[in-house]
Structures are given as structure tokens and as C-alpha cells.
Write a protein that binds this ligand. Structure first.
Ligand SMILES: [Fe+2]
Length: 610
């Protein structure tokens, strides 16, 4: 038996993954345990969990992989500093202590992190190899083109090549400072959102705006080549030498300074969002076409932070040349831990690979699970009032009925998801048909910005009725955005509405999950992968005829998605959620004896705004 531990750490989204004889046994992000979003510290808790799940000790590991090469990365920082000296000195000084203390002593740190009980080899895979491995090896394809689009690792910011059997070959790379990920992050910064975190908000904001700057961006800031590679005019940016992402010239271009975080979002930010989103989609489409031409493959595997741009992914699937697309659900750096471990098993050790069906990612349900005994003991300890259902059908009928009457449900089942999206095991669920649900969920449950859209889960067998996904595939990881089918839309006249006023219009039979441009970021749910969540949706369908529900992550703004029943209970008690379902235990908020003791402000204050 060969046990390989993969680790990513020290940049953002630290994680660990355990691969045993090629099977992904466990994978989790450190933030879920420490409750610090995007936690980048050495993932001691995630490692401990992975070893527990595999029932092994550190000394039982055969190999440990780390997701990038710290020395090469250090070289890049030094060279960038020298090229921009002395302008880069402040950012150089800021980065150095962490490098000198931690990153350059990684092998020692890793051994320490494993209690000094691991004495075998530590393998450092390249950043883009790790992303590419995480995209291809768990995919359902025997062979496929691979495209990684990222911020930056060592030097590479994007790469492509192909995977065949048990090998990946990356043939082309694009290098720092020219980076689609950093370009998008620069706009994230400028519109007042947090870099490496708020990119999702910028994407969600885009449909409210007009892409009136897209052409100018292409003309002045970014030269997009026919092959999708880019050259940035660096005078607009500041990330090579300064502590901000954008320069004064960037500000002049958009007629003013960056939006202050948490100040009102204006039409300017919406138009900027629409513009950069259009530019990014253009880059993704050109890169996709080029990679298709060069590799001749009919399937595509995607990873790297930009592969979380599910609007771009959806267009690549519908308008691009590939028959199907598979995207690593943990497309950001957390997934690098998994990629490093899989790379070692297949590519370094040369083990045979048989592509998994429907894929090898196991629904990405790779995190901790909690037994009913554990949950009962916890709830009794809290003095919570609950009802336990022995019969799952009765549980699903009951919960479906509450969803249909516009109750908001916290839903924790089975193993936690790996990747930033809640896929039905750590979710807040609601009725997609409800006209008030979008605003109720944003403002009273999640305490986040009112413009942010909600995503649907849909029974896989009825997806085609509601959404025009394109290709011949499903969307089990919520990484593809597709238009709501014409037949489900309502005739609306909203040509004169601008900005957030667009939210007031009911656009479809499922208004709570239909974004202002009639798009939706969907997850298809099937019985094989999603078990009880599927059966809950079947019950909802029986009662209402509707195969669609809202599925949003179980957390409030700034909080990592809940992991344990305790995290779920705390979030439930502090917010306006109506019902909490932990496995087969059901709690109603208005029945809880100590509901008033849980202070919302105190709860929210634990989490820095994201
Ligand atoms: Fe990355």
C-alpha cells in the first residue's frame, strides 16, 4: 500500500490531501478547522484529519508532496525586486520575513508539522504541474487537453498541454508578470473587494453593468494574442513593485480612485466589472480554441484560480471547441495539495491509471463526517430541542414541506465538500420559486451584499428543462454558469432599469436563482453522488413539481463554510435561519429554549469581512 500526503500552504488556502494507492481518501482546507477564511498557515489540522480518515500515523506515510517549488518562487521574488528596484523595496521587505522564516525551511517545517515522525522523502512539484495534475488525474478522461489559468506560482501564470493515461505533459507556459489571474485580481482590488477572495463578487456584479470599457482595456492595458496569451502594459499595474495592485495611471483611466471597501457600489464599479469579465471571457475562449487546435483533443481539463470563473467556464463549454469540460472543484491553491499527491502516484511512481466514472473526485465529498451519536451527544449537551427521524423518507418529506413554505434550512449531511462551493452537504437551502428569497437570504441569513446572486441545485434528470448548459454533460461541482431556459423565463421590460434596480424584476419561474442577465450557476444533483440531498429534492419535486432549489454555502459573510455540527449549530442560532437539519436530527429555531442568548453581532464580529 502506498500512502501519499499532499500539502499546499503559505500563500492562501492551505490544504492537505491523502491519496492511498491512487484513491483520494481525504482532502480538506485548513480554514474549515481554524475558522479563518483562506487560512494560509501550515495546515496542521487538515493533515491531522487526513491521517485520521486514513487511519494512519505520520510514520506510515510513504511520500509527502508540496504543491510548489519554494526556491524557484524565491528566485522570482528576488528577480522581480531587482528589476523594479528601488520601487519594489517596500513589498520586498514585507514579504521577506515569512520567506526567511518559513518558506525556505519547508522540508524541516513539514517534518515538524508531522510531529517529527516522518523521515522519508518530500517531493516539491511545480505549481502548475500541481494544478494540472489536479485537473486531469481525477477527470473522467483517458486523454484530454489541460489548461491552467492562475494568478502566479513560481514563474508560470498559465500553462497548457495534455494528459494521457497516467502522464501529463505541459508544453507551453505564460510567465509573470503577465497573468490573467493577477489582471482579474487588480480589478477586484480597484472595485473595493478583497484580492484572492472577492473575485467572485466582481463576477457576480458584472451582469448589472455595461462593458463600456472592454474595448479600451483591450486596446490600452492588455494585449490579448490570438492564442489567448496576454501582454499587460505594466504602467497600469503596481503589483511588481508596490503594495497595491493598480497604479495612478489605472485610476486616471477609470476617472477616479479605487472604491473604498464597504462604501456603496456605484454604476462605475458595475460597468468596470462587466468590462473586465468580458475581457476575461475573451481570453478564456481564445486560449481554449488555441489549446484545442494544438492538442487535437476533444475534452478539456481546467484548473488554477481563474477556473473558478464559472461564467467564463460556461461560455467555454457552450461556445468553445470542446465536447466536454472537467474542472477541478478545488481549482485554486487548495487543490494543489491534491494535485501534488496525484502527480507523485501517477507520474513519479508510474502507476497505471484507469479514468474514474463518473469521475475520480468522489463528488468532492472528501472531508470529515459526523456520526448520529456524536450529534446527539452534542445537542443534548447544549440542551437543544430536536426531533430525530428514523425514517429517511419521512425526514425528506418533512423538510421539503418546510422549504416549500419558504422556511430557510441549514442542512449538514455526510462528508464535507473539498473546494470553495457547498455541494449539498454543508448548505443553506431555500425555495427557488420564492420572490423574496434572494433578498431574505442575502440580508437576513448571510449578511452579505444585496447584489449577490444565489445558485440553484437541480435534479440532474430535469436540468435540460430549466437550463441551457450546452455540451453533453452535467455540472456536479457548481462550476458552470448557464442561461435559464427561455421557456422558464417571464416576459419583462427592464430596459430602463439600471444597477441594483434590476433586482426588483421577477425574471423566471425560479426568480430566487435567476441572475439579472437570466443566468444561473448551477449544480446538478444525482442519486449516486448526492444521496440524501437528491432524495430531499425528489420529495420537494413530489410536493411542488419543481426540481430546483436554492443552495448556498452554510456560513455567514466572512466565515469559512461550517465543518462540524457545532459550527452549524452556532451559525443557525446566531442568524435568522428557521430550521437546522443535522443528519436526521431536525431543530426548529422557535422551539429552542436559549435562542435569545445567541448574539448576532457578537457572532458576526468573529469573522473579518471578505
Ligand atoms: Fe495557483
Amino acid at each position: 500500500m502506498t500512502r501519499i500526503l499532499g500539502i499546499s500552504a503559505f500563500y492562501h488556502d492551505s490544504a492537505a490531501a491523502l491519496v492511498v494507492d491512487g484513491e483520494i481518501v481525504a482532502a480538506a482546507q485548513e480554514e474549515r478547522f481554524t475558522r479563518k477564511k483562506h487560512d494560509f498557515n501550515f495546515p496542521v489540522n487538515a493533515i491531522r484529519y487526513c491521517l485520521e480518515e486514513g487511519r494512519i500515523q505520520p510514520e506510515d506515510l510513504d511520500l509527502v508532496g508540496f504543491y510548489d517549488k519554494p526556491f524557484t518562487k524565491f528566485e522570482r521574488l528576488l528577480e522581480t525586486y531587482l528589476a523594479f528596484a528601488p520601487a519594489g523595496f517596500p513589498s520586498f521587505l514585507k514579504a521577506m520575513p515569512l520567506w526567511l522564516k518559513q518558506k525556505l525551511y519547508l522540508p524541516r517545517l513539514i517534518r515538524q508539522g508531522l510531529d517529527g515522525r516522518y523521515r522519508k522523502r518530500v517531493v516539491f512539484t511545480e505549481h502548475h504541474e500541481s494544478h494540472a495534475a489536479s485537473a486531469f488525474f481525477p477527470s473522467p478522461y483517458d486523454e484530454a487537453a489541460i489548461l491552467t489559468l492562475d494568478g502566479v506560482g513560481e514563474w508560470a501564470t498559465a500553462s497548457f498541454g495534455h494528459g494521457r493515461g497516467n502522464r501529463i505533459t505541459l508544453t507551453h507556459e505564460m510567465h509573470f508578470p503577465h497573468s490573467v489571474g493577477l489582471l482579474y485580481s487588480a480589478f477586484t482590488y480597484f472595485t473595493g473587494f478583497k484580492v484572492n477572495s472577492g473575485e467572485y463578487k466582481l463576477m457576480g456584479l458584472a451582469p448589472y453593468g455595461e462593458p463600456r470599457w472592454a474595448d479600451a482595456i483591450l486596446e490600452k492595458m492588455v494585449d490579448v494574442k490570438p492564442d489567448g496569451s496576454i501582454r499587460l502594459d505594466l504602467s497600469y499595474f503596481n503589483y511588481c513593485q508596490g503594495l497595491t495592485m493598480t497604479s495612478k495611471k489605472f485610476e486616471r483611466f477609470f476617472g477616479g480612485p479605487p472604491r473604498k471597501p464597504e462604501s456603496p457600489v456605484t454604476q462605475r464599479e458595475m460597468d468596470i466589472a462587466a468590462s473586465i469579465q468580458q475581457v476575461t471571457e475573451e481570453i478564456m475562449l481564445r486560449a481554449g480554441r488555441h489549446v484545442h487546435e494544438r492538442t487535437g483533443m476533444k475534452n478539456l481539463c481546467l484548473a488554477g484560480g481563474v477556473a473558478l470563473n464559472c461564467v467564463g467556464n460556461g461560455r467555454l463549454l457552450r461556445e468553445g471547441p470542446f465536447d466536454s469540460v472537467w474542472i477541478q472543484p478545488a481549482a485554486g491553491d487548495a487543490g494543489g495539495a491534491l494535485g501534488a499527491a496525484l502527480f507523485i502516484w501517477y507520474q513519479l511512481l508510474g502507476n497505471e491509471r484507469i479514468a474514474g466514472k463518473p469521475d475520480g473526485q468522489r463528488a468532492s465529498l472528501l472531508g470529515p463526517r459526523f456520526s448520529e451519536e456524536q450529534i446527539r451527544a452534542f445537542l443534548d449537551g447544549k440542551g437543544a430541542k430536536y426531533r430525530h427521524f428514523d425514517d429517511e423518507d419521512a425526514l425528506c418529506e418533512h423538510v421539503a414541506g418546510m422549504i416549500a413554505s419558504e422556511k430557510v434550512i441549514g442542512w449538514l449531511q455526510g462528508r464535507m465538500e473539498f473546494g470553495p462551493r457547498a455541494l449539498g452537504n454543508r448548505s443553506i437551502l431555500g425555495d427557488a420559486r420564492s420572490r423574496k428569497m434572494q433578498s431574505v437570504m442575502n440580508l437576513k441569513i448571510k449578511f452579505r451584499e444585496s447584489f449577490r446572486p444565489f445558485a440553484p441545485i437541480v435534479l440532474a434528470e430535469r436540468m435540460g428543462e430549466y437550463f441551457t448548459l450546452g455540451g453533453h454533460q452535467d455540472s456536479p461541482y457548481m462550476l458552470l454558469v448557464a442561461p435559464v431556459a427561455e421557456s422558464k423565463r417571464m416576459a419583462v421590460r427592464d430596459g430602463n432599469l439600471r444597477g441594483l434596480d434590476k433586482l426588483k424584476v421577477v425574471r423566471s419561474e425560479v426568480p430566487a436563482i435567476t441572475h439579472v442577465d437570466h443566468s444561473a450557476r448551477l449544480q446538478t444533483v444525482d442519486e449516486h453522488r448526492h444521496g440524501r440531498t437528491y432524495r430531499l429534492m425528489k420529495a420537494f419535486e413530489r410536493q411542488t413539481g419543481c426540481p430546483v432549489m436554492i443552495n448556498t454555502s452554510f456560513n455567514v459573510r466572512g466565515e469559512p463554510i461550517v465543518c462540524s455540527p457545532e459550527h452549524a449549530y452556532r451559525c443557525f442560532m446566531a442568524t435568522n435561519m428557521d430550521v437546522l437539519v443535522l443528519e436526521r436530527f431536525v431543530l426548529l429555531k422557535d422551539e429552542q429554549p436559549n435562542a435569545e442568548k445567541h448574539e448576532l453581532d457578537e457572532y458576526l464580529a468573529q469573522f473579518a469581512l471578505d
